[in-house]
Design a protein around this ligand. Sequence first.
Ligand code: SF4
Ligand code: SF4
Length: 433
Amino acid sequence: MHIISQLCFITLLTLSVIIIYRRFKFINRNILLGKKNYSSNTDKKTRIKNLILIAFGQSKMFKKIVPAILHLMIYSGFIIINVEIIEIILDGILGTHRIFNVLGMPFYNVFISIIEFFVLLVIISCVIFLIRRNILNIKRFKSIELKGWPILDANLILIFEIILMIAILSMNASDLVLQDFESYKKTGNFYFSSVLKPLFINFDIQTLIYIERIAWWIHIIGIFLFAIYVTYSKHLHIFLGFPNIYHSNEENLGKINNMPSITNEIKDMLGEKVNETIPTPDRFGAKDITDLSWKNILESYSCSECGRCTAVCPPNITGKKLSPRKIMMDVRDRTDEIGINIDKKIKYDDRSLVGDYISKEEILACTSCNACVEECPLKINPLDIIIECRRYYALEESSLPSEWNAMLQNIETNYSPWKFPIDERSKWYKNED
Ligand code: SF4
Ligand code: SF4
């Protein structure tokens, strides 16, 4: 029986690792579909500081204290509970039972009790998050882009986590009752699951063994499914948030980078030395994800769909169609679509990011205020993508609104958005004729 169970475990573990590896390979290939023209100006010391404070420390989350604490409870639980998963995996492969205890780990019961404490924190946080999402009327969870799969995804993962946590407590409580029998190796008391002991006390030994084993299998199969599921869901940020924050840029938020090829053209017109290593691009701006940088695509896979960006976006607040969260979701969905096409060897699908996913109305509604960038706890920059899409409309399609064209014309000729000639620039604000 032990051997069959070990073989089943090793097969499930191997299958899960293969599926997760293939999924990460798919995502990595998709990210690299982006252009290589992104470089972060951030020095290594600042990147490591960002990694510690923003990624591990979640410092940007603390602008909103309640969700930050709940998120921290789940996050720390996720890390601490993983230590117990190491024990479960070793038990599954070697056919042992609580190997750390068998090997004589000191204070084993305290170690398990600490894990149980975090298990309780995770359950409490998940229940509160479910209430916040589904019962409380919080605007950022009601946006149109969350309809369907995104809201189901958010709920599923919370329910999933609650089931996994209940399985740990049931496994430990039934194990504690089993330890009251002579033949069982003692671990010492587990402080939190011991409260559940009365629920199991009346079962005979064989039933208790079944309960303990079923809870063990539910927990570990749940962990495998969870790990696979995460790679298909918004919870990918658990992993990709780290490289995304590490590679993020520390430039002043108001700064919009010039397009090197256009700078070259202007230098040429002014008779200045041009940089001949910069090629003229096939397309100005971004029509599809292959016109974006790899960092833009990494950001789309790192987005947690929290909606903090959308909640502070002035056009969204005033009822316009633009939502920076949707921009990130669209980039990720289109990237996935292109990735699947590549795997199916479909070369051309007659679709594009701009037009089929993101409308011109959304792109033009952005005020470039950077509020979304400032707000994002994962240092994601939706504005960068919006600017590239807008550049596409301006430079490739010449389809900006006529008022905008007049304004741009004025900037070119008068150095201001207004139609006044440059030598009369000071007159108009003094109200002189
Ligand atoms: S930069 Fe654009 S998308 Fe971001 S908050 Fe401002 S208006 Fe909204
Ligand atoms: S871009 Fe950032 S703030 Fe906006 S939904 Fe994604 S993770 Fe949240």
